[in-house]
Design a binder for this molecule. Structure first.
Ligand code: CP
Ligand code: NVA
Length: 306
């Protein structure tokens, strides 16, 4: 059966560890992967904008000796009504791996269903698995371990939160989530997280109060209050989230841990979900986090064709 990476629910914990160790080996230079994908081509379908995902995948393919083709949907015949099925079938004859960033997760499932090659989720409304994998590597890199690390996610229970939650539940991490009512992670993710936590020993807790959620944690993570595709709800969302769910110095202090780190998948909306003071502070590891996307993309690409 071909391998797809759509939403982390079906990935084995040992495969997450394998990706983390491979990423570490690649980043440190201990594992030489140059030319490992010579002759391979990655097709990158984008329905939405991207800086990190697009560039890190493209550079990863280049540095692995392969090639990447940027395919924004507005330049494809899909923009004139060609079906996902036909697009997936045809691209499978040209390229070796597909990565797609889509509005609706069901589009991704359709790509995966009809493509004869591995499909990677480069972000959907439901999940951002490649981000979460990279983020757990960053946490591992920073603390030298994942066991015993406590993470608090503050803000919108969106695609990034869903994927971080799933990763935590598979890796046995303590994961607190503070969201306003009605903005919790997706029910399907919460249900699966509960199930996987029983096996991994992870502790997942939902909060309303961000200050309660961050008490004693090692990592405070946030993301935008208005994800791509939610622009029509922007005003309402800002009203619901602000000022209570903003990560500011007061919230950082509530962790009561001088070694706490701040993470954000980026792009950040400075002055909304996070203040300049926090994102530019000594607590912030957001640029290491962004860099690690490149190293993790290489590990993911190699794993997909393994
Ligand atoms: N974090 C992330 O996926 O960034 P981009 O939207 O720039 O790809
Ligand atoms: N939740 C954000 C993540 C961006 C990388 C979005 O979907 O827009």
């Amino acid at each position: 059966m071909k391998k797809d990476l759509l939403w982390l629910i079906d990935i084995l914990p040992e495969d997450i560890w394998r990706l983390i160790f491979l990423t570490d080996g690649i980043k440190s230079g201990r594992i030489d992967v140059s030319d490992s994908l010579r002759g391979y081509v990655l097709g990158m379908i984008f329905e939405k904008p991207s800086t990190r995902t697009r560039v890190s995948f493209e550079v990863a393919m280049y540095e692995l000796g392969g090639h990447a083709i940027y395919l924004p949907t507005q330049t494809l015949q899909m923009s004139r009504g060609e079906s996902i099925k036909d697009t997936a079938k045809v691209l499978s004859r040209y390229v070796d791996i597909l990565m797609a960033r889509v509005y609706s997760h069901s589009s991704l499932e359709e790509f995966a269903k009809y493509a004869d090659i591995p499909v990677i989720n480069g972000l959907s409304d439901l999940a951002h698995p490649v981000q979460a994998l990279s983020d757990y590597y960053t946490i591992y890199e920073h603390f030298g371990k994942l066991k015993g690390i406590k993470v608090a996610y503050v803000g919108d229970g969106n695609n990034v939160a869903n994927s971080l939650l799933m990763g935590a539940s598979k890796l046995g991490i303590e994961f607190n989530i503070a969201t306003p009512e009605g903005y919790e992670p997706s029910k399907i993710y919460l249900d699966y997280a509960k199930k996987f936590s029983l096996e991994s020993g992870a502790k997942i807790k939902l909060y309303r109060d961000p200050h309660e959620a961050v008490k004693g944690v090692d990592v405070i993570y946030t993301d935008t209050f208005v994800s791509m595709g939610q622009e029509a709800e922007a005003e309402e969302r800002r009203r619901v989230f602000l000022p209570r769910y903003q990560v500011n110095m007061k919230l950082i202090e509530s962790a009561g841990n001088e070694d706490v780190v701040f993470m954000h998948c980026l792009p950040a909306h400075r002055g909304e979900e996070v203040t300049d003071e926090v994102i530019d502070s000594k607590y912030s590891i957001v640029y290491d986090q962004a860099e690690n996307r490149l190293h993790m993309q290489k590990a993911i690409l190699l794993w997909m064709v393994d």
